[in-house]
Design a protein around this ligand. Structure first.
Ligand code: NAP
Ligand code: HSE
Length: 436
């Protein structure tokens, strides 16, 4: 049988990695897929730019549309990023009856509902394993391996750049900007790296995971997103002294009233495996009612780890080229007519424990005022530490760990604490999860 022809949109980090893996492992891939898979055409902005892969057997063009409209091409692999032009190209590819593979989480999180509907009507597949957690096959695990379970919650380190920055800052005391520049050089960061550090990229990925876990439509606009920019070395050290690590987590939980969908820095007990996931590595912890907790771990970004997921999707697409479109694995795991509208909870309605850091004047009665406010809000305190001011500093740091409470109660209490004359500046609040 003739090899399947693939058209590549984008020849950067992931595009180059995908060509390399397809070429190097061609024999193994053909043995698995039942047919060869070759990139026959590729488009990039500058076709004369040096690439990390050998493009001598590929027809290169600057016209993305030319590739999408080429009748010889059966599968389009979208690796340009963004959610404007990429959306139009993917919709055009589907209209042309082509299968699509993409690593683009922004595209799926924001336009996935529309894209999957169009793909279903046309009987083509849209595969997106590489969109979440780089090379970790978490989509396949959640959509297929855990399909006998009711998923109760999931929590993941799903941005490699952010985890790399937090790890380098903690272990080597490196500067935030310096580590971010290295992540960009290594090809880990998004074209706009604020997506990594502000949690937007993780929120895109969490939106996708939650839809597959709970059978709800993709609702990126309802995700709560908080970045890592405000985490200080002092918070990292305090957390460690208390037996915790700070990780930037995406958390989604099914509760009686709806689904939590939130990305924020989180204190987690240091003995949890996920607390020890460092550098560019990602990990997703999924709790199913039948299987219990399961953990998926691997490289979250980079050329070949991401290509590993892109190529696995290509193999899946090629294997199903001849199968009945009505009987494929549904895009969001649940049959399209079985997607439900369980509400996504606002952050006010989320219950969690907290780490609080306050800067206070060293005068009698401050602690009593703070604990009174917390007590009135029915927030119980698990631990309190007071750190004497460093040489030449005026304020003492008060560190508190609380038991679980609704976010809206904590917001009100923090508002009142910040109004106390003896409290200086904003209260630092980091949410805590036991991940039991
Ligand atoms: P990249 O290195 O910046 O590559 C983007 C490629 O798209 C480049 O080859 C660029 O051409 C081409 N391109 C962009 N706009 C174009 C246009 N208007 N016309 C023609 N070509 C255009 O990006 P990447 O890191 O490979 O990421 C690609 C996608 O994978 C993104 O959606 C990203 O979120 C996702 N992803 C990345 C990683 C990772 O580790 N990097 C991991 C998982 C998912 P030129 O090279 O000529 O400029
Ligand atoms: N910028 C992303 C990250 C790429 O660092 O996780 C992988 O999706």
């Amino acid at each position: 049988m003739k090899p399947v022809k693939v058209g590549l949109l984008g020849l950067g980090t992931v595009g180059g990695g995908t060509v390399n893996v397809l070429q190097r492992n061609a024999v193994e891939i053909e043995r698995r897929a039942g047919r060869g898979i070759v990139v026959s055409h590729a488009a990039a902005r500058d076709i004369n730019k040096p690439r990390i892969c050998d493009t001598s057997d590929i027809e290169l063009t600057t016209s993305l549309k030319e590739v999408v409209d080429n009748p010889d091409i059966q599968v389009i692999v979208e690796l340009i990023g963004g959610d404007g032009l990429a959306r139009d190209l993917v919709m055009q590819a589907i209209n042309n009856g082509k299968h699509v593979v993409t690593a683009n989480k922004a595209l799926i999180a924001k336009h996935g509902n529309e894209i999957f509907l169009a793909a279903q009507k046309k009987g083509v597949m849209v595969a997106f394993e590489a969109a979440v957690a780089g090379g970790v096959p978490i989509i396949k695990a959640l959509r297929e391996g855990l399909s006998g379970n009711q998923i109760q919650w999931l929590a993941g380190i799903i941005n490699g750049t952010g985890n790399f920055i937090l790890t380098e800052m903690r272990d080597k005391g490196r500067d935030f900007a310096d580590v971010l520049a290295e992540a960009q050089r290594l090809g880990y960061a998004e074209a706009d790296p604020t997506f990594d550090v502000e949690g937007i990229d993780a929120a895109h990925k969490l939106t996708i995971l939650a839809s597959i876990a709970f059978g709800v439509p993709l609702q990126f606009d309802k995700a709560y997103t908080e970045g890592i920019g405000h985490i200080t070395r002092e918070d990292v050290t305090n957390a460690e002294a208390l037996g915790y690590r700070i990780k930037h987590l995406g958390i989604s939980r099914r509760t009686d009233s709806g689904i939590e969908l939130r990305v924020h820095p989180t204190l987690i007990p240091e003995r949890r495996l996920i607390a020890n996931v460092d550098g560019v590595m990602n990990a997703v912890l999924v709790k199913g009612d039948a299987v219990g907790p399961t953990l998926y771990y691997g490289a979250g970004a980079g050329a070949e780890p991401t290509a590993s997921a892109v190529v696995a999707d290509l193999v899946d697409v090629v294997r199903t080229l001849t199968s009945d479109p009505e009987n494929r694995v549904p895009h969001l795991a649940f049959q399209p007519d079985a997607i439900t509208d369980i509400p996504i909870l606002s952050m006010d309605e989320v219950e969690t424990a907290y780490y609080l850091r306050l800067q206070a004047e060293d005068v009698p009665g401050v602690l009593a005022d703070v604990t009174r406010i917390l007590g009135d809000a029915k927030i119980s305190i698990e631990a309190i530490q007071q750190h004497e001011p460093a040489e030449g500093e005026q304020y003492v740091s008060i560190i508190m760990l609380t038991h679980r409470v609704l976010e809206k109660s904590m917001n009100q209490a923090i508002g009142q604490i910040e109004k106390l004359k003896s409290i200086h500046g904003a209260v630092t609040r980091i949410r805590m999860e036991s991940l039991q």
